[in-house]
Design a protein around this ligand. Structure first.
Ligand code: SAM
Length: 235
């Protein structure tokens, strides 16, 4: 059973991304969307081996899913917003890509044990409560193969938000939830709540279940954390 606060952020996030739909800066078919993947061009390809089964958590219209396929993976994306996911499926059909796109909640994954060798969470930790990220990690321990990796790309909120004027008015110290909204042209204003995360805190939660292999700093406040599923004798 999900907690009410999780239901609220899930509902708000799904509505927001369905309303936002597909935009030139998120459409995998538009070169303007590629900046997001190019940020990691010195990092992500090094983690992908040919034929690796890769899962893109919160894939939206699939730019990271397609990018991982181009890097040699057999890639699957999951997202709970139908509109961008339908676009991802259309692009896959047009490109004759092998990428699969599944509708679903990344904190309650519909996959069986040993389905993937890599799971990528590209800056989508902010849509997960602290408990939801731990639940996701516990699931990945089963879903990832032995030595499979969980790659978390995230901001450190403290470094990123230092000095932000309205932050304290929007921040709930008890839950870590930050209220926010986004105006979507011709559609209105949508709630866009998110959770406050720091690298140390994410590391603390995920490391309870999957050991940390490395932390790479991508830019001033963006980091890539790699955790490995070491099953040992139990695997
Ligand atoms: C900022 S977008 C990033 C999309 C994608 N990684 C990209 O770079 O294009 C966040 C995506 O995560 C999805 N998302 C957020 N919470 C989710 C959840 N609990 N389950 C599935 N998808 C979720 C949203 O619907 C949205 O498409």
């Amino acid at each position: 059973m999900k907690k009410e606060s999780d239901m609220n952020i899930f509902d708000a996030t799904r509505k927001h991304y369905n309303a936002a739909g597909v935009h030139p800066t998120t459409d995998p078919d538009n070169p303007r969307s590629q900046f997001a993947v190019e940020r990691y061009e010195n990092h992500l390809p090094k983690l992908i081996r040919p034929g690796m089964r890769a899962l893109d958590l919160g894939c939206n219209a699939g730019r990271f899913t397609f990018a991982m396929e181009e890097m040699g993976a057999i890639a699957t994306g999951i997202d709970f917003a139908e509109i961008p996911l339908l676009h991802a499926k259309k692009v896959a059909a047009e490109r004759k890509s092998r990428c699969q796109f599944n509708i679903g909640d990344m904190s309650a994954l519909p996959y069986k044990a040993n389905s993937f060798d890599l799971a990528l969470l590209p800056q989508n930790n902010v849509y997960l409560s602290y408990q939801a990220l731990e639940n996701l990690t516990v699931q990945l321990k089963q879903i990832l193969s032995n030595s499979g990796i969980f790659v978390v790309i995230m901001h450190d909120g403290l470094v990123k938000r230092a000095g932000e004027e309205t932050f304290s008015e929007r921040y709930d110290v008890r839950t870590g939830l930050i209220e926010g909204s986004r105006a979507i042209p011709d559609k209105g204003v949508y709630a866009s709540p998110c959770y406050f995360w720091t690298i140390a805190f994410a590391k603390h939660i995920i490391e309870k279940h999957l050991p940390l292999e490395e932390v790479k700093q991508i830019d001033e406040h963006r980091f890539m954390l790699v955790f490995e599923n070491k099953k040992g004798d139990e695997g």
